[in-house]
Design a protein around this ligand. Sequence first.
Ligand SMILES: C[S@@+](CC[C@H](N)C(=O)[O-])C[C@H]1O[C@@H](n2cnc3c(N)ncnc32)[C@H](O)[C@@H]1O
Length: 437
Amino acid sequence: MAKANQKHSARASASRIIAEVLQHHRSLNGILSKTLLLLAENERSLCQQICYGVLRWQPQLQAIADQLVKKPLKNKDSDIAALLLCGLYQLRNMRIPEHAALSETVNACKTLGKPWATGLINASLRNYLRNKTTIEEQALQQNSARYAHPDWLINQYRHDWPENWQSILETNNQQPPMMLRVNQQLTSRELYLSQLQQVNIAAEMLSQTPEGILLEQPCDVHQLPDFSDGKVSVQDGAAQLVAELLNIKPGQRILDACAAPGGKTCHILETQPDNEVIALDIDPLRLQSIKQNTDRLKLKASLVAADANDTTHWWDGQKFDRILIDAPCSGTGVIRRHPDIKALRRPQDIADLAEKQRLLLENLWPLLNTDGLLLYTTCSALKQENELQIMNFLQQHPEAQEQIAINPPASRATVGYQRLPGDDSLDGFYYACLRHR
Ligand SMILES: C[S@@+](CC[C@H](N)C(=O)[O-])C[C@H]1O[C@@H](n2cnc3c(N)ncnc32)[C@H](O)[C@@H]1O
């Protein structure tokens, strides 16, 4: 154990993870959960905080680091480049005493097997502390550093939302609140709130949703009463508004076409547990997490690993009364929860994703019964993936008609409803409900 800890301190691990995200474009969640298992329990939360924080502020931290290290480090030393960002983040944004942040970050060079870098990290961080005001001023002259987003994304938000782009960027840089959805098959929101009170977890009702709870402070799910018994799930309020829009009646056949990890599949089943729900996902590994969630919540869905577009392969020819396409998207509505999106997305991704979404709509629409509803949702805040996508679909399909919501889930868009990041403190989300006339 002592040996494992020597190789895996919080700061060294955070640097390796951040280097993987920035250099090899791997997503944070996947690497982080595996790495945390290698760390001593008291190091895990620090590692997680540094990873999220550094990726949230990376364009700003990088603009500072560029002034401190004049000659760029080699690719093979991307862990040391990331360690410098970790050091800066601790000094600027965390409540860690300066001397501890400095010495522990410098020590992490040895943990990374690169003792030659101790001088570089030490000198750079001390230089930052000595010349903070000038270095900060200089860095914040660049827009990407000032708003801590890549330029192309700032421009895209600005183009789509000329009135709101700055508040979107601000929200994206905040730490998100933790929200829960109570499993109405097993308990009620009132009862669960009193359970939370008994274990001193401060929480209140989430006003926008019938089963939602807002926690005052995020916590580990295993601290939540009866989490493993399925009384509650973690889900942002914006995603909780999806199930109601489907307006499901008993006996209806439902397709959840992009279902993993199953947040919305489970919510649908919590509202109508006896309906036939086919939960499909292209990624068999992610499909396993639907099984874990339905088991925990004591629900049943038919799970299918397949490309939803390939209907000859997986479809039995029986039409659906309800189809949910919670489409793969840029995630530009949920950057506060997934700050690695800033580093992972490229401008070209938006057009590629829009084409994937178009194909899903085209291929799944014929599977809907007359008078059935297809709900298209994304956690994107970009028009190309949202209202422009659906406007285009409606133009091509005169037999499709927008179904106006009785309880609108967000502000009206040209077609559908758009929630921008931070509207009512919820995630950014798009919803469009189409009826087959
Ligand atoms: C936004 S996520 C879905 C989240 C999920 N609905 C929930 O609430 O937990 C999009 C999902 O679509 C899946 N996906 C992408 N392309 C697909 C396709 N052609 N067929 C089926 N699933 C696909 C991805 O693997 C991913 O799990």
